[in-house]
Design a protein around this ligand. Structure first.
Ligand code: FAD
Length: 461
């Protein structure tokens, strides 16, 4: 048995930077990763998808360039080049993180699967085939999540794609049917439509991105339908069937109607499930909830003192920046003896469709539900000078403000560079800059953010 000061399981967006920092702070640390260094974000999530989003945007702009007076008569998609570009960027990032870890004093990197065998004791089934037993008083669980596969008749009999396996495609599917109209499904749907696939999205709720405000779902649906993506709302896939080597037939029920759709590929994008089962957490007494997520307090400590869970595996907002922030919270609490918790941090996020949806704080639905004294400022992108000049007026900016304090409570920017514009509003929220001041801020013309003046002018009494 090898004893360490710190064991970190999972080299994700919290584990990897935490390992380096703790080792540099003098703790004898080991990080165990069963697959690729950097976890989901680097290997199967943000990095590869946003790399492909860039290629898809290039295709979209090629199609649109005639409108801007630059006729592109013909263009084609080289999917194997698009994949290679993505693979190169992913590998550079993965290897950069791994090499930095391997060079760090006090830090051991082990590749294998960690399984608890007793109190704060675990066995690692090394990828080399050997086994190793480790123990530490301080343990961090950063094992992330993997694609959730629903139980649907015949699904396991077809070769369906997930957000991970679709990234291996070096060709463009003829007809991609996507289960799930949320961030991952919409990002892939738009991207593959732009690469040339016919795309059909099945969403079981009444609207896509159903936890956003209704006007956002409606505008997003218009934007995607304008690109000839077919979206079925209130639609449940109930059966999959595929003749050897032939098309996949999907039975879809919507209300009391049943129909059949034929497609060449199916992408399952209905959510993600925590990777906790293999850990055998009961052997060390750590408790999970009914969905398998590890229960933590607001300092990210589990029910067992000294064992922490960070990132997607603890549930809650599943974003890279949240996992990364989890690491900074535990590091500062444990090493710098601060008293930070996760309750008060903002949770901004961006959906990387084109246009993007940047979101922070509460939305209109929540403001209504909480019975707040609020107002909604809304400005169509068609009124934004920069959007008109660049030829992309899809979407709108929207902010929820408190009538009495004039503080910004939340924002949604569905538009070109929506994530960046949202971040300007987030900074105002964090700095306590009220909307009546932003109305008269001098912003450089003609930036998208300049129109924040006009956004809040809409609230002029
Ligand atoms: C397609 C897609 C696109 C996304 N796009 C964005 C985006 O644009 N922006 C954003 O903020 N977020 C995005 N996300 C979410 C983001 O990737 C995750 O929230 C982020 O990676 C945080 O993950 P984590 O640190 O919790 O763990 P992960 O990064 O998932 O890392 C967990 C690691 O633990 C390892 N592991 C698991 N079990 C064991 C074990 N028993 N032993 C050893 N190792 C183990 C895994 O192999 C994995 O490497 C996206 C996700 C997907 C799937």
């Amino acid at each position: 048995m090898k004893k360490y000061d710190v064991i970190i399981i999972g080299a994700g967006q919290a584990g990897a930077p935490l390992a380096k920092k703790l080792a540099n702070a003098g703790k004898k640390t080991v990080i165990i990763e069963k697959r690729f260094y950097g976890g989901t974000c680097v290997n199967d999530g943000c990095t590869p998808t946003k790399t492909w989003v860039a290629s898809a945007k290039a295709a979209y702009m090629a199609g649109k360039s005639t409108e801007l007076g630059v006729p592109v008569k013909r263009f084609s998609i080289n999917m194997s080049q698009i994949k290679k570009r993505k693979d190169d960027i992913v590998l550079r990032s993965r290897n950069g993180g791994l090499h930095a870890a391997e060079k760090t004093k006090n830090l051991d990197v082990i590749f294998g699967e960690a399984i608890f065998t007793g109190d704060k004791t675990l066995q690692v089934n090394l990828n080399s085939g050997k086994k190793q037993t480790l123990q530490a008083d301080l343990i961090f669980l950063n094992t992330g999540a993997s694609p959730l596969i629903p139980q649907i008749d015949g699904l396991n009999d077809i070769k369906y794609l997930t957000s991970t396996t679709i990234l291996d495609l070096d060709y463009v599917p003829e007809h991609l049917l996507i289960l799930g109209g949320n961030y991952i499904g919409l990002e892939f749907g738009q991207m593959f439509r732009r690469f040339g696939s016919k795309v059909t999205i099945l969403e079981k709720s009444a609207r896509i991105v159903s936890h956003e405000d209704e006007d956002i779902s409606a505008e997003m649906q218009n934007i995607l339908e304008a690109e000839k993506i077919t979206i079925h709302n209130n639609a449940h896939a109930t059966k999959f069937k595929q003749k050897a080597g032939g098309k996949i037939t999907v039975t879809v029920s919507a209300g009391d109607k049943e129909s059949k759709i034929k497609c060449s590929h199916v992408l399952v994008a209905v959510g993600r499930t925590p990777q906790t089962e293999a850990l055998q957490l009961q052997k060390t007494g750590v408790v999970t909830d009914e969905t398998g997520h590890i229960k933590v307090n607001n300092k990210l400590e589990t029910n067992i003192p000294g064992i922490y869970a960070l990132g997607d595996v603890k549930g809650g907002p599943a974003f890279t920046h949240i996992s990364y922030n989890d690491y900074t919270i535990v590091y500062r609490n444990i090493i710098e003896k601060q008293n930070l918790n996760i309750n008060d941090r903002p949770v901004p996020y961006c959906m990387f469709t084109d246009p993007q949806l940047g979101r922070v704080g509460i939305d209109e639905t929540e403001a209504k539900k909480l019975g707040l004294n609020y107002r909604v400022a809304k400005l169509p992108m068609a009124h934004v000078a920069r959007a008109i000049e660049t030829g992309d007026t899809r979407g709108f900016m929207k902010a929820i403000v408190d009538v009495k304090t004039k503080k910004i409570l939340g924002a949604a920017v569905l538009g070109p560079e929506g994530g960046e514009i949202m971040t300007v509003l987030q900074m105002a929220m964090e700095g306590g800059i009220t909307y009546d001041r932003i109305r008269y801020c001098v912003f450089a013309h003609p930036l998208y953010s300049e129109s924040l003046n006009n956004l809040f002018m809409t609230l002029e009494d």
